[in-house]
Design a protein around this ligand. Sequence first.
Ligand SMILES: [Ca+2]
Ligand SMILES: [Ca+2]
Ligand SMILES: [Ca+2]
Length: 153
Amino acid sequence: MRTFLLLLTAIATPVFAQEKVFGDGSLPDFLKHFDTNTDGIIDEEERQAIRDLRAKLREEKRTSIDLNQDGEISKNEVAIARATLREQIEQRRLEKFSSIAGEDDLISPEEYMTIPGVNTLPDFIFDAIWSRLDADGSGAISPEEFLLRLRTH
Ligand SMILES: [Ca+2]
Ligand SMILES: [Ca+2]
Ligand SMILES: [Ca+2]
């Protein structure tokens, strides 16, 4: 058992470590956008721009949740905001689904492999993810199966 665990760690670690590295080690894309003088470093001025944008987004989010604009966010408004957010996420997921699934509206294991990062997963991890997604064991992922895990949360 101990040997197995060690082996598992040895196999799994590079995969999980990889995810933390940003491409070639340069700035992640969302930060590149703020690196206005493109020197690869986010300086104090650029940091401030990021903070401003975050504050603005927070404010916009607040006012968009307060539907009747009375300055208070009611339980109902929170519920509506949640539903809207969920719809947006589902919409984005379905768009992603279609782009992977193609004409038949089903994702085959081969198509699933085309998602960046998936084809480098060790088989046993791929199998585990796949069997969770393909809930009915049909050998393909339907749009419903693709959204299932999101809905149950
Ligand atoms: Ca309100
Ligand atoms: Ca397909
Ligand atoms: Ca299925």
